[in-house]
Design a protein around this ligand. Structure first.
Ligand code: SF4
Length: 181
C-alpha cells in the first residue's frame, strides 16, 4: 500500500505558528486516513521550532539554492541551481531572526520520514514557507504571496517525491492510482 506524507496541520494537529490547525474535510482524505496511508510530519516542529512561534517567510534567492545536495539524487535539478555562497535563500521572521537552519533541518526530517515510509506522494499545506508547493509569501510580511515553494516541498520534490497541495486531492488520487496500477 502506498503511503502519503501529510502536513500535520492538515490532519488537525495544532502545530502552526499561531497554535492553530488547518484540518482538511474531504472524503478522499478521510478514506486515506482510514486506510492508514497518511504519515504526518510538521517540518517546523521537527526542525526544533516551538508552538507558537513568530511567522517566518522566505527571502532572497529561489528556495532550491539552500537544499542540502548530499541527500538528493545526482539527477536532481537542484544541482543545476546557482550555489554561490552569497546567493542562497533564507528564512527569516519579521524581526529579522534567521531560522533557515531550523527549516532545513525540518525538511531533512520530512524527507527521512517519507523515505522510511516508502512514500512517493506528499500532500502539504499550500503557501507555508516549509510546505507550500506552488505559492509562498514574499518576505515582506505584507500578506503578499508569489509563485514559489517552501523548503520541505522543494527538498521532497527534488528527491523525486510528488508533492500536492490540499487543493489538489483529486490529482493526488490520480497519481496514487497510477502508482498502484
Ligand atoms: Fe507544520 Fe507544514 Fe503545517 Fe507549517 S504548514 S504547521 S510546517 S505541517
Amino acid at each position: 500500500m502506498e503511503r502519503i506524507l501529510v502536513s500535520s496541520c492538515l490532519l488537525g494537529r495544532p502545530v502552526r505558528y499561531d497554535g492553530a490547525a488547518k484540518p482538511v474535510a474531504d472524503a478522499l482524505f478521510d478514506r486515506w486516513r482510514a486506510e492508514g496511508r497518511l504519515v504526518a510530519v510538521c517540518p517546523e516542529i521537527a526542525g526544533g521550532l516551538p508552538v507558537p512561534r513568530p511567522p517566518a517567510e522566505l527571502t532572497g534567492a529561489p528556495t532550491r539554492t539552500l537544499l542540502p545536495l548530499t541527500v538528493l539524487p545526482a539527477s536532481s535539478d537542484a544541482s543545476a541551481t546557482n550555489r554561490g555562497a552569497g546567493d542562497r535563500a533564507r528564512v527569516v521572521t519579521a524581526s529579522g531572526e534567521d531560522v533557515t537552519d531550523e527549516f532545513v533541518r525540518g525538511a531533512l526530517v520530512a524527507l527521512d520520514t517519507a523515505r522510511r515510509a516508502d512514500a512517493r506522494i506528499a500532500i502539504l499545506k499550500e503557501s507555508s514557507p516549509s510546505c507550500g508547493s506552488h505559492r509562498v509569501y514574499d518576505g515582506t510580511f505584507t500578506g503578499t504571496s508569489v509563485p514559489g515553494e517552501g523548503v520541505t516541498a522543494a527538498l521532497l520534490s527534488s528527491a523525486g517525491i510528488r508533492v500536492f497541495s490540499e487543493d489538489e486531492l483529486p490529482e493526488a488520487a490520480a497519481y496514487l492510482a497510477e502508482l498502484e496500477s
